[in-house]
Write a protein that binds this ligand. Sequence first.
Ligand code: UT7
Length: 319
Amino acid sequence: MSYSRILGTGSYLPAQVLTNVQLAERVDTSDEWIVARTGIHARHIVDAQDKTSDLALRAAEAAISSAGIDKHEIDLIIVATTTPDMLFPSMACILQEKLGLPSIPAFDVQAVCAGFIYALATANSYVKSGLAKKVLVVGAETMSRLLDWNDRRTCVLFGDGAGAVIIGASDQPGILHAKLAADGRYQSLLNTPAHIADGQIQGHPYLYMDGPAVFKFAVKALSDIAVKTLNEAGVDKSQVDWLVPHQANLRIIEATAKHLGLPMEKVVVTLGQQGNTSAASIPLALDHAVRDGRIQRGQTLLLEGIGGGFVWGAVLLTF
Ligand code: UT7
């Protein structure tokens, strides 16, 4: 078996929806501004009693069911998140306990909005090297807990949710190529610098973003890595059936698609009703388009994302 392949997908969105109109009652913004500048109309917000791991669990269960496997076949759990339940143990350990899968290895990946791409690339390496046979890969976030709800520059952008896939060894083509990148010189543009010391939270505990600077970098980085990934895999852009991008801003998605020469009909866009769910956005979009029948087995997908760091990457695969 020389490939690793997506065997199933799943996702979960909290029931509570916060619309732009509702937000405009709380902070100095408007539905018109948010839609025009981002493409976002609404986002899902986690209930007070739910933790990120609860969202992750529901997405994981849906992915296991969609893959048609027994959960005990899973031999590795990787969770991408920026909003874990606690500093440690890892979300992957907490999810492992909630799934009732003691003793299999489990770890988190921290690459913010590129987290799912990093986790998928890591799972691919484990499967292709024979170190794992079936990997549960989850992107789960409660970004609403990281937001300053008085800061209109950031609180209108994000939402909560979780998405998951099962990756398994296969003799059918699956993940064709994965390409990751990072540049820590840009930390100051997008961050949450808080940490704990002496029993206190030290530093700014809310998400900060220099939106225009991130926008500019994101368009170029995502366009470049998409082209490089296709070139290195020897796949022409005309062969891409679906672009499944990180859902941060419709204008970024449109610019990336244009650079690739892809019409928007070939791009999965979910941010209108979900906002930016960071590491969860790509698996949420993937699951959405699989379940509504747009994404079919055998099609070529290009997944890509970028997050604070900066970190970015792309995965090209046959679904
Ligand atoms: O997921 C990780 C990657 N993240 C991204 O890729 C996000 C990248 N950045 C963006 O998506 C966009 O930069 C934003 C959506 C964050 C902002 O859009 P923008 O077109 O770059 O707006 P801006 O920050 O340049 O602000 C333009 C104006 C400013 O007013 P002045 O200074 O021109 O008077 C802002 O104060 O819009 C104002 N503004 C708002 N007005 C109403 C900023 N936020 C809001 C708001 N409502 N929510």
